[in-house]
Design a protein around this ligand. Structure first.
Ligand code: PGA
Length: 252
């Protein structure tokens, strides 16, 4: 059985003291329980502080983005080696806010995915359709494109370090989460496609998170779907209590 994986995407929220406190509260609340894998993804400036706060615990550290190159004249960017250097094991790539607000293409996201995997990071690759795309029955086509193009030239040997997050854009930060049936349908589709790209074995092992308005009161039913292996949590991850309640919903 796949272990549930719940990641906190703090986006551009918190401050130094608040981030340290939130991380400390999550670590304390989990009290060493690692039945669910838990990752915290703070803004770049707080990564090192949160790394300290989770040191010695089972909570892992992730970044919300990175640039594909190891180093170079890329003002304002952060490389995979820098993320590793401050203690990250994970990186979120292709988040819909980066796709839609910052114009990231499938090609660029694929460069990042390959670079992150080559550096030794674990990748949470986000995919998801907009409301217009869902209404015009393009959900499968969009998920197929984002998954396939995001994974161009990824080696089968690297698939154990991949996580896919299904995040319907219309559900992110809106309070309108996908129904458990909608989530299950999309997750099953993504797993099937992943199996066609790599192998049945890789698909069975792939963790697929759901993201989009996951809250303590809907997490359990979403996580109970056979192909939903946890969540990528935005708003509800900014309070230790609600985030911990969501993590606990993943304990089976
Ligand atoms: P939300 O965000 O939980 O606030 O909807 C999820 C995400 O964007 O990862």
């Amino acid at each position: 059985m796949r272990k549930k994986f719940v990641a906190a995407n703090w986006k551009m929220y918190t401050n130094r003291v608040g981030a340290q406190q939130l991380a400390a509260d999550v670590v304390k609340g989990l009290a060493g329980d690692d039945r669910v894998t838990v990752a915290l993804c703070p803004p770049f400036p707080y990564l090192a502080f949160v790394a300290d706060a989770v040191k010695g615990s089972k909570v892992v550290l992730g970044a919300q983005n990175m640039y594909p190159d190891k180093e170079g004249a890329f003002t304002g960017e952060v490389s995979p080696t820098m993320l590793l250097d401050v203690g990250c094991t994970h990186v979120i790539l292709g988040h819909s806010e980066r796709r839609h607000k910052l114009g990231e293409s499938d090609w660029f996201i694929n460069q990042k995915v390959r670079s992150a995997l080559a550096a030794g990071l674990q990748v949470i690759l986000c995919v998801g359709e907009t409301l217009d795309e869902r209404k015009s029955n393009q959900t499968d086509a969009v998920l197929d494109r984002q998954l396939t193009q995001g994974l161009v030239d990824v080696a089968a040997a690297d698939t154990p370090r991949l996580v896919v997050a299904y995040e319907p854009v219309w559900a992110i930060g809106t309070g309108h989460n996908a129904t458990p049936e909608q989530a299950q349908e999309a997750h099953a589709f993504l797993r099937r496609r992943f199996g066609q790209i790599f192998s049945e074995k890789a698909a069975v092992a792939l963790p697929i998170q759901y993201g989009g308005s996951v809250k303590p009161d809907n997490a359990a039913i979403l996580f109970a779907q056979p192909d939903v292996d946890g969540g990528l949590i935005g708003g509800a991850s900014l309070k230790a209590d609600s985030f911990l309640a969501i993590v606990r919903a993943g304990i089976s």
